[in-house]
Design a binder for this molecule. Structure first.
Ligand code: ASP
Ligand code: MG
Length: 410
């Protein structure tokens, strides 16, 4: 018995049949004596369809109006689930984000939740209702509707679990949990029973998007344990928790990969203070995120600088970089969209020497050339040719022996 916050993703509420099946699940949770708050995403591809409609109105992006539009997707599924629950005899009420007291900042399309006034939710729970809340939305200080970024219903669920001091937060989705690698690429990839916040955050930002990275961040800061599990199976999923609660610290927990990467290099940049700041400030002004960066050894007071960005930003970045090349008197630039990033993640790697060497060895054994390397305390990433990415993921998964469920030892 307790207070549960459960979230169902878009594919889990894509049809009325699926909504009925979820309603049974939610009703069973309540029948077991729990108070249940349900957060829903928009049905199936509704959000993409709404974005398509907005695009057809003209060229300009009207961020305020876009949020007004996109927020309707989650309201449909919330209302339909509440109706279904009531029709099967389980009292339920649906609330929009603002009715649920979710206040955000005013960054339209990427708003952050700043506070939750949860009085209405508590009142509805007290009256015996299942409370179904439209995910992905909030209200700005100006009183305008905001949305929380793609996949933002995860963040709604985690923030509500924190605010309500829920006993459990479960993200129901269309995958079984968090795997040691993408099972479509590595047949013996293994579902982890537990993963630490830090590892999950790295994996979520590295392409293994089981949960919105910001939701993982939010869970980590508020110490909310989150279980990720399949909506239509009864198997246990993966628990995202504090590293200290894990049975054992794995040196390497998983292999993540990301093919949404492009590389740009600038040659013969003068070696003086302010050069990197000029380049990266200009990219930031255009809203372009830079990921890996390397600056080569100096020769005759000139350096080469190479960095990676998202593939979708390449066309926007090239003119910016061309301008910087002219301004600095650099000799030229090159770019390459056929690259991909492969990463190993593990909370235990900080205390084990030799993890990186083993990664480079595994890639070398496959004849895979490394273009760039970047690291954090619990992650090592290599940029390689895109057509070799599956081979690299498989080789690393095998090298760290991740298929046996033990987690890689060094
Ligand atoms: N419906 C929104 C999206 O597709 C939010 C979510 O699914 O969490 O991104
Ligand atoms: Mg969605």
């Amino acid at each position: 018995m307790g207070l549960l916050v459960v979230k169902f993703g878009g594919s889990s509420v894509a049809t009325i049949e699926k909504i009925k099946s979820i309603a049974d699940k939610v009703a069973a949770m309540q029948a077991e004596g729990n108070q249940v708050v349900v957060v829903v995403s928009a049905m199936g591809d509704t959000t993409d369809e709404l974005i398509g409609l907005a695009g057809a109105t003209g060229d300009q992006a009207w961020h305020r109006e876009m949020d007004m539009l996109l927020a309707t997707g989650e309201q449909q599924s919330a209302a339909l689930l509440a109706m279904t629950l009531n029709n099967r005899g389980t009292p339920a009420v649906s609330l929009t984000g603002w009715q649920a007291g979710i206040h955000s900042d005013d960054t339209h399309s990427k708003a952050r939740i700043v506070s939750i006034a949860n009085g209405r939710i508590l009142q509805e729970l007290k009256q015996g209702n299942v409370v179904v809340i439209a995910g992905f939305q909030g209200l700005s200080p100006q009183g305008d509707i905001t949305t929380l970024g793609r996949g933002g219903s995860d963040t709604t669920a985690v923030a509500l679990a924190a605010s309500l001091s829920a006993d459990r937060c479960i993200i129901f989705t269309d995958v079984d949990g968090v795997y040691t690698a993408d099972p479509r690429i590595v047949p013996d990839a293994h579902k982890m029973s537990m993963v630490s916040y830090e590892e999950m955050l790295e994996m979520a930002s590295l392409g293994a998007v089981v949960m919105q990275p910001r939701a993982v961040e939010c869970a980590m800061h508020s110490q909310v344990e989150v279980e990720v599990r399949h909506s239509f199976k009864n198997d246990a999923g993966t628990l995202i928790t504090e590293v200290d609660k894990m049975e054992k610290q794995r040196v390497v927990s998983g292999v993540a990969h990301d093919t949404n990467v492009a590389r740009i290099a600038i040659f013969d940049v003068p070696d003086r203070p302010g050069v990197a700041s000029l380049l990266f400030n200009k990219l930031a002004q255009q809203g372009i995120n830079v990921d890996m960066v390397i600056q080569s050894a100096m020769r005759e007071n000139r350096n080469d600088i190479a960095f990676t960005i998202e593939k979708a930003d390449l066309n926007k970045a090239i003119p910016v970089v061309e301008e910087v090349v002219r301004e600095l008197g650099a000799s030229g630039l090159s770019y390459d969209a056929d690259v991909a990033k492969v990463s190993i993640v593990g909370a235990g790697m900080q205390s084990h020497p030799g993890v990186a060497a083993k990664m480079f060895e595994a890639l070398a054994e496959e004849g895979i050339n490394i273009h760039m390397i970047s690291t954090s305390e619990i992650r090592i990433s290599c940029l390689i040719d895109e057509d070799l990415i599956n081979k690299a993921v498989r080789a690393l998964h095998a090298k760290y022996d991740l298929g046996n469920g033990n987690g890689g030892c060094c």
